[in-house]
Design a protein around this ligand. Structure first.
Ligand code: GLC
Length: 543
């Protein structure tokens, strides 16, 4: 099967697989790559019975002591035995490509595992040739830490190493020492790991913590955050100015992009944090010299951006800011969830109507101008699972909220093992009622809505490539149009309120997708009536 044009990612829907939790095939309660292979037909078998996604992003699959479940890599060019072997990975690549699915791995450039051979050498003595591959400093003369930086997971970002008496920097766990990207040898070695996988056929990477690889050259203290209040996250007590989105990081991004360009058709999507402007800069000065895509997490982090959750006005502002902040030709990239944040429904369920909002959110995500990312299980409405104390796994929970609830195994059916595993899984399952098998045959299910939305998008040029224009709408409704010359325009409207609303659509048209399936096919003449929490797409008459 041909994999299509080099800029395939502009039209793609990407599905995030957290490999530990997707499908266990070797009976250890942990998902594996063979399991991903066995479930590929669910993701895209070429027919509308499948989800129809274009690409898979696999969270880290590399050898790792699993201090941070793979985000602590001890060999960038291998496969962790929990997940399979290099042979399984090669087969997964081939099986994906046979179905026209692209495969993205998760590149972790900011830090390695403390067990990576580079760090083992680096920590062995002050004059080891790899000493400078990581960031080592003496304590200040008064014995205090080298600077005031905090770890993302809480606590200081510095740990003293007994062997040499110096401190090393770790922006996350102490088991995850930060690489020194100002050392050109480090950069070369890391860029070579990209080439290694490109040579094996990998189609691209999600890039972990992209914005932190280059720090202030003098590791200057971060200024304190005057707005911080006791009870807020400890890490927010300072402004992450000298270790996140530091201006020189954007130059490193261009050098990374150049490696992608050595291999036509490959794509990089950065995990970045900040304002829309800061996110936009990762695309480069003009489209094509920075990352292909950079995540806009504002639908996930609404509260941190001072917005009310699931509110039309907030959604509109997020999208407007994203659209304004990108270089010409670039397109946004949104997600409703990922392995680091509570699941969508759990975030929007205070009144018990989170499942309705999840339907509208699917229409939002697939209707906007962007490359949408869907987190496994989101398409069936998986919710956070309460994890009993003795089953907790995530080390980050020690100081912040743990991420286990959103990482529980995929629920394929209602059986005791949920179709995921025959044995006790590494994290407990959610309620059996939420599963693929039941939703598969139910045309009203969330899964069926996702399938309809993805396949509709695939065959609707204005949804794939059309521009974005906000439409006038009453309070509580976010509406926009997607337009492509020569093609019927598509209007999308999302009612975030719990009352019905009417949107004026003077050109009229036909409802082609709706959260309430009975609306589909209905003609629209002048105005669209949206039930509470509903969303719909309307195709205008042919131009
Ligand atoms: C990213 C990952 C997160 C991980 C962290 C450190 O934020 O998404 O899961 O813990 O980086 O690598």
């Amino acid at each position: 099967m041909s994999l299509g044009p080099e800029d395939w990612w502009r039209e793609a829907v990407v599905y995030q697989v957290y490999p530990r939790s997707f499908q266990d095939t070797d009976g250890d309660g942990i998902g594996d790559l063979e399991g991903v292979i066995q479930r590929l037909d669910y993701l895209n078998d070429g027919t509308e019975r499948s989800l129809g996604i274009d690409a898979i992003w696999l969270s880290p699959t590399f050898p790792s002591p699993m201090a941070d479940f793979g985000y602590d890599v001890s060999d960038y060019c291998g496969v962790h035995p929990d997940f399979g072997t290099m042979e399984t990975m090669d087969r997964l690549i081939a099986e994906c490509h046979r179905r026209g699915i692209r495969l993205l791995l998760d590149w972790v450039p900011n830090h390695t595992s403390e067990q990576h051979p580079w760090f083992v050498e680096s920590r062995s003595s002050r004059d080891n040739p790899r000493r400078d591959w990581y960031i080592w400093r003496d304590a200040k003369p008064d014995g205090s830490l080298p600077n005031n930086w905090r770890s993302v997971f809480g606590g200081p970002a510095w740990t003293r190493d007994e062997t040499t008496g110096q401190y090393y920097l770790h922006s996350f766990l102490k088991e995850q020492p930060d690489l020194n990207w100002r050392n050109p040898e480090v950069e070369q070695a890391m860029l070579d790991t990209l080439r290694y996988w490109f040579d094996r056929g990998i189609d691209g990477f999600r890039i972990d913590v992209m914005g932190m690889i280059i720090k202030h050259p003098d590791l200057a203290d971060n200024p304190l955050n005057g707005d911080w209040m006791p009870g807020d996250r400890e890490r927010s007590s300072q402004l992450w100015q000298n270790n996140r989105n530091f201006p020189e990081v954007y130059d490193a991004v261009k050098r990374i992009r150049a490696v992608f360009d050595e291999y036509p058709g490959r794509m990089g999507v950065g995990e970045v944090f900040g304002t829309a402007g800061e996110v936009g800069r990762y695309y480069g000065d003009e489209d094509g010299d920075g990352l292909h895509l950079a995540f806009n997490f504002q639908f996930i982090h609404e509260r941190e951006h001072g917005l009310t959750a699931w509110d039309a006005g907030a959604l509109r502002r997020i999208v407007a800011a994203a659209e304004e902040s990108l270089p010409p030709g670039a397109q946004p990239c949104y997600a409703l969830g990922n392995h680091d944040r509570p699941r969508f429904i759990s975030r929007h369920n205070a009144d018990g109507r989170g499942r309705e909002r999840a339907r509208a959110a699917a229409v939002l995500l697939l209707g906007l101008r962007n490359t949408p990312f869907v987190y496994y299980g989101e398409e069936i409405g998986m919710e956070d699972v309460d994890i009993p104390e003795d089953r907790l796994q995530d080390p980050a929970r020690i100081r912040t909220v743990g991420r286990d609830p959103e990482r529980t195994p995929m629920q394929w059916d209602a059986s005791p093992g949920r179709g995921f595993s025959e044995v006790e899984p590494w994290l407990p399952f959610g309620e059996p009622g939420c599963n693929v098998a039941d939703q598969d045959s139910d045309p009203e299910s969330l899964l069926s809505l996702y399938r309809r939305a993805v396949w509709l998008r695939r065959r609707t040029p204005a949804l794939l490539r059309g521009g974005y224009r906000e439409l006038p709408a009453p309070a509580g409704v976010f509406a926009w149009a997607r337009m492509l010359p020569g093609e019927p325009a598509i209007a999308v409207a999302v009612n975030t309120g719990v009352d019905p609303r009417e949107v004026e659509l003077p050109g009229g048209g036909e409802v082609i997708l709706a959260t309430d399936r009975s609306m589909e096919g209905a003609p629209v003449s002048g105005r669209l009536v949206l039930p509470p929490l509903a969303a719909a797409m309307v195709r205008a008459p042919r131009p």
